[in-house]
Design a protein around this ligand. Structure first.
Ligand SMILES: NC(=O)c1ccc[n+]([C@@H]2O[C@H](COP(=O)([O-])OP(=O)(O)OC[C@H]3O[C@@H](n4cnc5c(N)ncnc54)[C@H](O)[C@@H]3O)[C@@H](O)[C@H]2O)c1
Length: 324
């Protein structure tokens, strides 16, 4: 199946995530069926869809006509077979319970045409937890959106044990077609990629609070105004590059490695060794070494613009904004 063969999509579960995912597909031009257990839930979902459409118009992301056309592409049903039979791509966004997802995936497997791709928006389960009885193993995958899913562009696309490359690539292409940014997760891991990174930060934040190192206010303020401030321009690996760590003398890099990369910190011995080797090589992750100065200049300009937009008047005492 090619991207052009996806004519209609379904979203099962129209709660917090499902209605936003449905709007993203509709705005991307796809006739979209939203399905849930009751008309009441579906009415509430359509209210949320309309309110997201209004937000997009108010913020100038789309004009009124485009927003209304998108809302008009969404139909609702409590009849699962209606959603299943006519769709080429179905996203499951029901309650995060393995047994319920298993039952739904098995039903969809029975009901859907053979070519239909079935994906799950699960946040903490993996396909092996609930998808093992599905016959179309090559046509199931994960699309893990971030709340609010119509707005946050990044979406993890993850493989299960049987997901074919064709399904994986097509799903990534579909995410791009609905104005999202697919992040390829190549191995099945609980928490996938980004929740693991996010939770590592949460774990440290609540530990520091519990140990009295800082107040909740200062923990959040620090994250927002320091590394959070830079985050729109850089992830952790580009930060390593822009901070010039890869250029430090080898003994200093090795010293840093031996302090921060330890098996006691929960890394497998294999991963710890691989990271030590990488640090020792002294290679940037994402920039060409000869572009270092330019990459820094580009990033600093972007930071300066954000400083101006978000903080400068307040810090200089000439604005009424509030940093804290
Ligand atoms: N809330 C988040 O921030 C977030 C982020 C990423 C992923 N997720 C995942 O998305 C999924 C949905 O989460 P949510 O926050 O939207 O939950 P939610 O409770 O808001 O919505 C779930 C919806 O699924 C419906 N439902 C339950 N069983 C059903 C079934 N068998 N058939 C049809 N509909 C059914 C419920 O009526 C409800 O409307 C979960 O797997 C969750 O882990 C949530």
């Amino acid at each position: 199946m090619d991207l052009e063969d996806i004519k209609k999509v379904g979203v099962i579960g129209a709660g917090l995530m499902g209605n936003g995912i449905g709007f993203a597909f509709a705005l991307g031009g796809y006739p979209t069926v939203l399905s849930d257990v009751s008309d009441e839930v579906l009415e509430r979902a359509m209210e949320r869809v309309r309110s997201t459409a209004d937000l997009f118009v108010e913020e100038g992301l789309v004009d009124r006509g485009e927003a209304d056309t998108a809302v008009g592409r969404i139909t609702t049903t409590t009849d699962l077979s209606e959603a299943a039979t006519g769709c080429d791509f179905i996203t499951e966004a029901i309650v995060e319970r393995s047994l319920d997802k298993r039952e739904l995936f098995n039903k969809l497997d029975e009901m859907c045409p053979p070519h239909t791709i079935l994906v799950s928006n699960t946040s903490s389960l993996v396909l092996s937890d609930f998808g093992s009885e599905v016959k179309r193993q090559d046509k199931i995958a994960i699309t893990h959106y971030f709340t609010p899913p119509a707005i946050v562009p990044g979406v993890e696309v993850a493989k299960g044990p049987g997901t074919s490359d064709e399904t994986f690539e097509l799903t990534c292409a579909l995410m791009s077609a609905i104005n999202h940014v697919p992040i390829r997760v190549l191995k099945e891991r609980p928490g996938y990629l980004l929740n693991r990174i996010q939770h590592a930060m949460y774990r440290e934040a609540i530990t520091m609070w519990a140990e009295g190192v800082a107040t909740a206010e200062d923990i959040d303020l620090g994250v927002r105004t320091a590394f959070g401030f830079r985050t729109p321009d850089e992830g952790p690996l580009l930060h390593y590059d822009l901070a010039g760590v890869w250029k430090w003398p080898e003994d200093v890099r090795r010293g840093m490695s031996s302090r921060s990369v330890t098996e006691e910190s929960g890394l497998s011995a294999e991963a710890a060794e691989k990271i030590r080797e990488r640090h020792a090589e002294g290679k940037p992750w994402l920039i060409e070494p000869e572009r270092f100065d330019q990459a820094c200049a580009d990033a600093y300009r972007s930071y300066a613009r954000r400083l101006k937009a978000l903080y400068w008047p307040t810090l200089r005492g000439i604005g009424s904004g509030k940093v804290a």
